[in-house]
Design a protein around this ligand. Structure first.
Ligand SMILES: *Cc1c(COP(=O)(O)O)cnc(C)c1O
Length: 366
């Protein structure tokens, strides 16, 4: 059996008529930017999240950078980011001139560890960017306590957590501002690049909106030095269709995860943990194995494609070598980088495929 890591075509074929119609509508109207299709998406997304403000933009790194700029984080400021994760958060901090400070990840949940955040707070700390990694919300109450105590901002990286909840509230509404991405393979994916900024702060929302649009609120009245970071109409049209199915797709992901867990329990394979007060969006189904290299090769020979998120802890990346971090400061992220393995998961995955992946994995795991 062949099991791809993701399969976007299955989803397209299942919703082809609606998606094709939405795209044809854009072609017929022929307004490809700044159209109401985009403001409709912003409105639908705020309703979905139960958050007051959403600003559509180009991608997640832009969203993070714009939020940091709007919060006036700059040279000399420190922002705490997880040591294991995608680099956008740390990258955006460097792009505004700030210094990313890595905090180690939690050994069981893989998200940023609040106890490690505490050890990294200094008088220069201005913000924390938790990533709701793999679809599991970060330990929000603990992070909020720290943030309140030290008067620092929380910026959520929701690139992997569309629809995930913490104590019943959607990720994206848990901090001061949030960055979303709708890259095609994410839980809510466009057919190209697209992102969004979400916040409950009106002034911050206005400033982010201006920064994403050349610093103007009214055309040709540039008040701030901004940039161009726009979502195009075609992406918004696709997202307006797909948002309606997000919860249904996430429920499918949850069902698949439960099936994997049932089939893989009582094995040496470490499975994802999700506390009862969190709803995991299972953007990725990440297991931990000791002999990862062998496992990947074996699965591939059997037609199963896997991926690694992420093979190198962020502080070990050449791009961050100037930060001179100490390897002993993030042992968890480093061990995760060598042992975590992402198995195929997507809504359209079949029960038979999951059974095949689990059986094959069991045959080669230590
Ligand atoms: C996919 C992803 C991003 C992507 O950001 P881009 O700017 O679109 O490259 C950011 N953060 C995380 C955690 C991601 O998984």
């Amino acid at each position: 059996m062949h099991v791809p890591f993701v399969d976007l075509k299955k989803q397209y074929l299942a919703h082809r008529q609606e998606i094709d119609q939405a795209l044809v509508n854009v072609f017929e109207k022929s307004i490809f930017a700044s159209d109401e299709t985009i403001s409709d998406f912003e409105k639908h997304f705020t309703e979905y999240l139960d958050a007051p403000y959403c600003i559509a933009c180009g991608n997640c790194t832009d969203a993070l950078e714009i939020i940091l700029r709007a919060l006036e984080i700059q040279r000399g400021d420190e922002v705490i980011v997880p040591a294991n994760g995608w680099l956008s958060a740390a990258e955006a901090v460097v792009l505004v001139g700030g210094t990313p400070v890595f905090a180690d990840n939690h050994p069981d949940f893989y998200t940023i560890d609040p106890n490690q955040i505490i050890t990294k707070i200094t008088s220069k700390t201005k913000a924390i960017i938790p990533i709701h990694l793999y679809g599991l919300p970060a330990d929000t109450d603990a992070i909020r306590d720290i943030a309140h105590q030290h008067n620092i901002k929380i910026i959520e990286d929701c690139a992997q957590s569309h629809g995930a909840t913490y104590k019943g509230k959607k990720t994206g509404t848990l901090g001061d501002a949030a960055a979303f991405i709708f890259y095609p393979t994410k839980n809510l994916g466009a057919y190209g690049d697209a992102g969004a900024i979400v916040t409950h702060n009106k002034q911050l929302a206005e400033k982010c909106g201006m920064l994403a649009n050349h610093g103007q609120r009214i055309r040709n009245q540039h008040q701030l030095l901004g940039r161009n970071s726009r979502m195009d109409t075609l992406q918004a049209a696709v997202l307006n269709v797909k948002l309606r199915y997000l919860d249904q797709w996430n429920a499918q992901r949850g069902k698949h995860a439960a099936q994997y867990m049932e089939l893989l329990k009582d094995t040496p394979i470490e499975l994802p943990h999700a506390p009862a007060h969190m709803l995991h969006a299972f953007h990725l189904f990440v297991v931990r194995v000791k002999n990862r290299g062998q496992v990947i090769d074996y699965l591939e020979k059997k037609g199963i494609l896997t991926a690694i998120h992420y093979p190198v802890a962020l502080p070990d990346m050449p791009v961050f070598s100037h930060l001179q971090t100490k390897p002993e400061d993030y042992p968890v992220a480093r061990s995760q980088a060598s042992e975590l393995l992402s198995l195929p998961i997507y809504p359209e995955l079949t029960a038979a495929a999951i059974q095949y992946v689990a059986a094959t994995l069991k045959a080669c795991c230590r």
